[in-house]
Design a protein around this ligand. Structure first.
Ligand code: FES
Length: 145
């Protein structure tokens, strides 16, 4: 039997534990994106809006990047947009620019609209657009596809 070591990567760990599913549910926990999806396009996470790490989401025009898996922007007071956080040209991290309501890559200038569609290249492929469910009763935001 292989021992768990500090050098074991996530996929090896899940294989070691006998888990192969891309999504893991833990009761009572808010899951981290890196914990729930091994497939880059599969995402289902819930964030608590009162968590200090996401406090920028309470402000229109601000955004957060969650675990390098998704960039979430507050585009209207309670309306959020979530897309993949890396530019499809060469993988640079994107920012949300409220003045143009778009996602921008500072490396070569690619720009994406709120649906992830390329507005300006050199990128040619769209971002992954995720669904966002804003549950004001539980004060959570579920981001999924
Ligand atoms: S990496 Fe984003 S435009 Fe080149």
């Amino acid at each position: 039997m292989k021992a768990i070591s500090k050098t074991m990567n996530r996929q090896e760990f899940f294989r070691f534990m006998g888990l192969s599913a891309g999504v893991i549910y833990l009761s009572g926990c808010v899951l981290k994106a890196e914990d729930v999806a091994l497939n880059a396009d599969l995402l289902d996470l819930t964030i608590k809006m009162d968590d200090a790490r996401y406090s920028d989401l309470l402000k229109k025009g601000y955004y957060v990047v969650v675990n390098n898996r998704v960039i979430v922007a507050n585009v209207q007071s309670t309306q959020f947009v979530a897309v993949s956080p890396k530019c499809t040209h060469e993988g640079t991290s994107l920012v949300f620019q409220a003045n143009s309501n778009s996602f921008y890559c500072a490396l070569d200038g690619s720009r994406y609209d709120l649906t992830g569609k390329v507005l300006n290249g050199p990128a040619t492929l769209p971002l992954v657009l995720y669904k966002v469910a804003n549950d004001q009763k539980s004060n959570t935001l579920r981001i999924f596809n």
